[in-house]
Design a protein around this ligand. Sequence first.
Ligand code: SIN
Ligand code: MN
Length: 270
Amino acid sequence: MELTTEQISRYDRDGYVVFPELFSTQEVAILSGEVDRVSKIDSECIFREVENGPAKTIFRMHESDGATASPAFHAACRTPRVLGAARQVLGDNALYMHHSKVNVKSAIQGSAWPWHQDFGAWNLDGIAAPNLTTMVVLLDDATEFNGCLYLLPGSHREGRHDPYFDESTAYKLWAVGPSRMRDMIARYPDPVPLTGKAGTAAIFHCNNLHASGHNLSAQDRCQVYFCFNTVANRPADVENPRPDYVRSQNWRPMQLGDDDGVLNSASVPA
Ligand code: SIN
Ligand code: MN
């Protein structure tokens, strides 16, 4: 997939571009089956809101080694649709994955993510420049009712805001404070809900402000985030670095795979 000039200028202007149904129903079924399989594993790469409860976040499904490795996710993030698009928006062919995560926001119980910029935390990982981008792929239909992601169009253009460590939800993260958010929302177009059919995807800039609400519905809302950095922008050493599953040190440039990679992975034993 080659992004058009119009899509590239939309990415520059809004900080994101949406691709309706980028992955087929069959590919989504394979990826979702892998989430079910891996979520039963006991691993430090899996975060659960409640001990022994359902997985809320699964890291590192994109690698070929480790407890959470999945051939289908390994293939998905290397497709021209995903890696090719990331290369294009970052203007660099030498990319690696800072991390990948699958967020399973479970029916009724799945909780919110406060407003934040991904570069809020990634800068603290030792990454100097905001040259990262994320491709999110919906693995369930996403609605406003089931806690879809909201993006604040154009918000990446003001750069990084100093974050605070938000501990109000089970998944603690570096977030942007309420007074700054009130000001940003007042000055920008309304936040855009990333809703759509499973398989829909969006690529967004690491300084784009985003958040999501509680899942009030009876349906799970699962989505995967592939977070790409340029090899040239890999992190400098920091004191107490986060674990490798969230601050990867696999800085080898990723190789472009096949667009049929997810479908073909189904015949490879996991
Ligand atoms: C995130 O921005 O890190 C996750 C938000 C979500 O999955 O709703
Ligand atoms: Mn985020």
